[in-house]
Design a protein around this ligand. Structure first.
Ligand SMILES: *Cc1c(COP(=O)(O)O)cnc(C)c1O
Length: 422
């Protein structure tokens, strides 16, 4: 197949795409720029701009502290319920709060206190390192004999399920995994892994950072106990927008947050001297929520709900499949290899391509080719596709420009010393 043929194919796929119109809902100031990093920082949705203007002018500007009476106070739960629709969670179980890291800390502590006689926390080597740091810090803080056990991976792409099987046993307090792993994009079978953990009485805590907004989720129906995630990736909340946490309703009254703040108190404005936990998910709130970035999330959540998560997933699978097919054809001969699962059902919405010169190729793409992917050590170029605004033609462009960087040896001038943020 010639490049011209596959470009024409990309254009046909775009013409037939039922979600195509959603691209206009986002700010795209440079149509030439191929942005394939929506899995790190999603694009700005158009409607967020007037919304935040009005929050600034009419709410903060005019109403000042009275703003808390006009919707701010309820916003973390109200938006949590909206997000819950995307996660398959009935109202009252999702709270927007803090960062993913802090929420993970809170819920790991909670899980360990719900299983006080069990000493092991199980995760895998594919997990986001920050999640592992949080687990390590938690175990150090709580002390005792508690240990972190990590399931292996033979190929840095898939977890070793037999190892995971072996590690999850009657001593396991909580199994803590990323639903979609950050590097290879491997997508766990959440229902199967949750059932497996429950068979031995362990809890599960899923990190949804790379799946919420692109993969259909049924947290309630699949029996998930706890979950966390972030809102600035596929959910387009903006840089540093708050994370969220899910606590299954049946666990809420026994579960306590390790951070006892007034926003999680039963009557914060009674200013009593002792902490009484609020009822329900609110007890997992610690302090004052970041109202500007919390409200910046809403317009994009509405777009996701309107488009429908199954249509989004369908396009996401088609985008990653198209990328893999093109990469097989034009990049494999140039020493690239696929760093993601081949099976679409095992992939999230990003594809990693590995190359020994990956770091310099990634730099050349950004500096010279108007493509923004990202790079993950040691050799992964990650292409993240956000179905609400990524086009098939952009996928084609990204792969073709990768090809040109190598064929034209453009990467050679980028020394391999690392920039601080990749
Ligand atoms: C992006 C991401 C985070 C982000 O954590 P922050 O506290 O927002 O910095 C955490 N975990 C995973 C798996 C992620 O992909």
């Amino acid at each position: 197949m010639s490049l011209d043929y596959t470009l024409a194919e990309a254009r046909c796929l775009d013409a037939a795409d039922p979600l195509a119109a959603y691209r206009n809902e986002f700010i795209i100031s440079d149509p030439e720029l191929v942005y394939v990093d929506g899995n790190s920082l999603g694009r700005l949705s158009r409607k967020t701009i007037p919304r935040i203007h009005s929050v600034l002018e009419q709410e903060w500007g005019d109403r000042l502290v009275q703003g808390w009476q006009t919707g701010w106070y309820e916003a973390p739960l109200r938006l949590g319920d909206k997000l819950g629709e995307l996660l398959g969670a009935a109202p009252g179980q999702v709270l927007i709060a803090d960062s993913t890291s802090v929420n993970l800390f809170k819920l790991v502590c909670t899980a360990l206190s719900l299983r006080p006689d069990r000493h092991s926390v199980v995760s895998d080597v594919l997990n986001f390192p920050s999640d592992l740091y949080i687990l390590q810090g938690c175990l150090r803080l709580l002390g005792g004999e508690r240990k972190l056990a990590l399931a292996a991976s033979q190929d840095d792409v898939h977890p070793d399920w037999s190892d995971l099987d072996r590690l999850i046993d009657e001593k396991t307090a909580v199994v803590c995994l990323s639903h979609v792993t950050f590097k290879s994009g491997y997508l766990y079978d959440m229902q199967a892994a949750t059932m497996h953990a429950h068979q031995v009485g362990a809890l599960v805590l899923w990190d949804l950072s790379h799946s919420a907004g692109v993969v259909p989720l049924q947290l309630d129906a699949w029996g998930v106990d706890l979950a966390v995630g972030c809102t600035y990736k596929y959910l387009n909340g903006g840089p540093g927008s708050p994370g969220y946490l899910y606590v299954r309703r049946e666990l809420q009254e026994q579960a306590l947050s390790p951070i006892w703040g007034w926003f999680g108190q039963n009557h914060p404005f009674a200013f009593g001297l002792d902490y009484l936990p609020a009822h329900g998910i609110t007890r997992f709130q610690a302090g004052t929520p970041p109202m500007l970035s919390l409200l910046a999330l809403e317009a994009s959540l509405d777009l996701h709900l309107e488009a429908g998560i199954s249509a989004i997933r369908k396009k996401s699978e088609a985008l990653t499949a198209f990328a893999v097919a093109l990469a097989d054809q034009v990049l494999t001969p140039l020493s690239f290899r696929l760093g993601s699962p081949r099976e679409p059902a095992q992939r999230g919405s990003h594809v990693s391509l590995r190359h020994p010169e990956g770091y310099s190729i990634n730099r050349a793409l950004i500096e010279e080719m108007k493509v923004i992917p990202d790079f993950r050590e040691p050799d992964n170029i990650r292409l993240g596709f956000a179905p609400l605004y990524t086009t098939f033609e952009e996928v084609w462009q990204a792969i073709d420009r990768l090809r040109r960087v190598v064929v034209e040896r453009r990467y050679q001038k980028y020394a391999s010393e690392r920039l601080p943020v990749t």
